[in-house]
Design a protein around this ligand. Structure first.
Ligand code: AMP
Length: 191
């Protein structure tokens, strides 16, 4: 299986690049943010809980997020692999993911981290708000919170994969096509 963690701060282009990776490598895309948003839309209990955190730009608690991710993975028995987009966002999530994949006799192949500097992220998110309809993109305070949470809680997850020699950083500035090609050349040697 090919299991990719697509990593990066909010606005780095994870969603956009995921679409291209799914098409090329025939993978299942699991975006925890998308799954939470569809639960919010469906007004489920999980959605109500997640919304209270997402509206503030805070992380949904690990236990809730990990349980949800596990059950999503189990829905796709016969896949070539997964793109984990927006997960893991804490070391506890990364550890839980490793243990869970191990129990399924598979593992993470590579973490691909998109790197984009902070001012560019803020500009992209405000622009995205015009089309995404996402409340958490439209409010500068919430954006600042999300970036701070990324720096404090999520960026350390890089070391988790660096320690396993499964980390590659990709320059996330440039045309979408150029960035896609950079990602392909990082993944292709692992096929
Ligand atoms: P995203 O679509 O990846 O930008 O995620 C939007 C929001 O969903 C985040 O700001 C968090 O509130 C929540 N979220 C998404 N993924 C996770 C995760 N792995 N752990 C905790 N919260 C998450």
């Amino acid at each position: 299986m090919l299991n990719i963690v697509l990593f990066g701060p909010p606005g780095a282009g994870k969603g956009t690049q995921s679409e291209r990776l799914i098409a090329k490598y025939d993978l299942v895309h699991l975006s925890t943010g998308d799954i939470f948003r569809s639960n919010i839309k469906g007004e489920t209990d999980l959605g109500k809980l997640a919304k209270s955190y997402m509206d503030q730009g805070q992380l949904v608690p690990d236990s809730v997020t990990i349980d949800m991710l596990r059950s999503e993975v189990l829905k796709h028995e016969n896949t070539n692999g997964f793109i984990f987009d927006g997960f893991p966002r804490t070391n506890a999530q990364a550890e839980a993911l490793d243990a869970f994949l191990d129990s399924l006799n598979t593992s993470i192949t590579l973490m691909v981290a998109l790197e984009v500097e902070e001012n560019e992220l803020k500009t992209r998110l405000m622009k995205r708000a015009e089309v995404s309809g996402r409340a958490d993109d439209a409010n500068p305070e919430v954006i600042a919170n999300r970036i701070a949470v990324y720096n404090n809680e999520t960026a350390p997850v890089k070391s988790f994969y660096q320690n396993q020699n499964k980390f590659v950083a990709i320059d996330g500035i440039g045309s979408i096509d150029d960035i896609t090609l950079r990602i392909f050349s990082a993944i292709d040697p692992h096929l």
